[in-house]
Design a protein around this ligand. Structure first.
Ligand SMILES: [Zn+2]
Length: 194
């Protein structure tokens, strides 16, 4: 007899063996390990890491004022808030758009790499890191909200217009890919090594 839990709704089943079956509570396919979970998550994470670069170096916002086009990257935005002495907003944007995505990318990368090469780290530490990364996931879209709200409020074409720049697309994609990478990852793999 083996015990196996549904990864979606956490219902526990007592089964003869680890053969696949469908959860009778949520219709989720219950497997011993999610197939190819590591490969898919790792590939998505690499894409997300690459997208972090354009998200930082290209303009997040394009502001057109009286026909004059001004573009600003995330960091330029933070600096201009600091210059306006809006320290709180500057800190919130810096944390949400620069620090949190970086923590998530590096955190997942360390967890994934530790499964392949020997890094001295407790499995419990990896699980805590993973839970933390999952929990802060929804807080990293603040910048996109700001751009989306501003551009939907201010639309006066050549007089005053705000548009999302190339970085906004990269940033949004990066956040989504990181979330899918974390979500697709079967944490039970962590315990397979040792
Ligand atoms: Zn279920």
């Amino acid at each position: 007899m083996v015990l196996i839990s549904c990864k979606n709704c956490h219902k526990i089943y007592e089964k003869e063996n680890y053969k696949e079956f469908t959860c009778n509570r949520c219709n989720h396919k219950v497997t011993k390990r999610v197939p190819n979970s590591f490969q898919i998550s790792f590939a998505l994470l690499i894409c997300a890491m690459l997208l972090y670069i354009p998200a930082m170096i290209y303009p997040m916002m394009e502001i057109t004022q009286l026909g004059v086009n001004v573009q600003s990257t995330i960091l330029e935005g933070v600096i201009s808030f600091l210059e306006m002495k809006s320290y709180f907003i500057a800190i919130v944007i810096f944390t949400a758009s620069v620090v949190i995505p970086l923590i998530k990318l590096v955190g997942l990368f360390v967890i994934f790499i530790s499964l392949k090469i020997n890094i001295k780290m407790e499995n419990k530490t990896k699980i805590i890191m993973y839970k933390f990364i999952e929990a802060i996931g929804k807080w990293s879209m603040i910048d996109i909200y700001v751009v989306a709200i501003l551009s939907s409020i201010v639309q006066l074409d050549e007089i005053f217009n705000i548009k999302g720049g190339l970085a906004a697309t990269s940033f949004g994609l990066m956040v989504i890919l990181t979330m899918i990478a974390a979500n697709k990852f079967d944490t039970r793999i962590i315990w397979d090594g040792k």
